[in-house]
Design a binder for this molecule. Sequence first.
Ligand code: SF4
Length: 460
Amino acid sequence: MRMQTLESMGINAETINQYDQRIPRYTSYPTAPFWTEEFDASRWSDHLRQNAGNEDPVSLYVHIPFCGKHCLFCACNVIITPRRDVAEDYLGYLEKEISLVSEQADVKGPVVQLHFGGGTPNYLDLDQMERVVRALEASYPFAKDAERSIEIDPRVANPEYIAGLHHRLGFNRISFGTQDFNEDTQSAIGRGQTREVTFENVTAARKNGYGSVNIDLIYGLPRQDEDTWRETLDTVAELRPDRIALYNFAFLPSKLAHQRALSEEVLPAPSLKLQMFIEAHNRLTHEGYVFIGMDHYALATDSLAKALEDGSLRRNFMGYNTLRGTGMLSFGTSAISDYRGAFAQNDKKLSVYKRMITEGHIPVERGLPLSPEDLERRHLIEELMCGGVIRLDALSSRAREIIREERGELTSLEEGGLLTVSDDEIRVTGKGRVFLRNIAVIFDEWIRKARTKHLFSRAV
Ligand code: SF4
């Protein structure tokens, strides 16, 4: 399963440039820009009621949008506030939302996964975290061995907090925002996270028995160069987290006003950025990390690498995970649910979110019910992005027809060495795993119709 260097798979800077297009990341299909406000709170409630009593496994997501200060590279849905009482107030609304959704969906299937994202989930203290977790446990039937994962900003965490999350609340997977270990880069992105604080918290997670520790890295940040990046990768090798998410920095000052404080002059040139990706990929695979696909790496011993091996890998709004076939119900501002054939996203504005809950509505801003055609295409995309293989005999007649319709595109990707096509299956090659988005996009009917490729980030 271990991947070779990019070079040994015939990938160099030229190949990457060849496939570098603006393509969605396919955490959903159809992708979010095509969802509509016509699918509003009342239609979402109808959908939940029609599916009430569902006994399939389910995942829950909670969005805590608060951060004390805005990191200059950030592209998340955040609310910047130093006022702790705002979070306390938010919890009351979260509790109401949790119970509203529970009344309407009447979930009977076990909760197999809980994830807290943000923002900064650890903006909440342990008592506040406990309030949310207990509200969820009171309304949904948790499996005893459910995965409980959380994103942590190490700058506002400490070993006692990490221990408390595990021993009091059962969190067993943890992810630390890191981005880079270089002090100048940390200062340029307005984050100032020290190497010591990251090591201290990762060590605490290990000591307290977390099953998997992830760190996020970003290449393309201000003041990164070949030498600083190599040092950061040396430090990553020393820290040896179970999983690594490696992201390409998206500089979008026209959309994200806070990024205008970043000077373009200190950003690495596109050619250097590309080199940094190649260096990181080669170094991580050399260190024993398996490339999962789409920014994610994991040690061969980690459940994500095992899921890739045994075909149980799944992709959703949290990236790759190991729980195939589960729906997701989500809570908090901007949170996205993916449940029984429909997507719904909560309103991003705190004031609207609160008002809708006060009026007794689930605070949905937009969504989409999936058509039978969407479901077929979604299945094909998920098979490619996760297991890397589509077996034709397991497909519906419509799905086989879609593949016939896209034969020209498939042949062209086969000629490029990204996949192999036979009478039985379509299989992504090692090279193709680096360009999964370029493969998935051929089954994306919405993007073809709308020609909105400019909306999405680059493929690598
Ligand atoms: S802590 Fe994370 S979510 Fe908050 S501003 Fe920084 S990068 Fe964004």
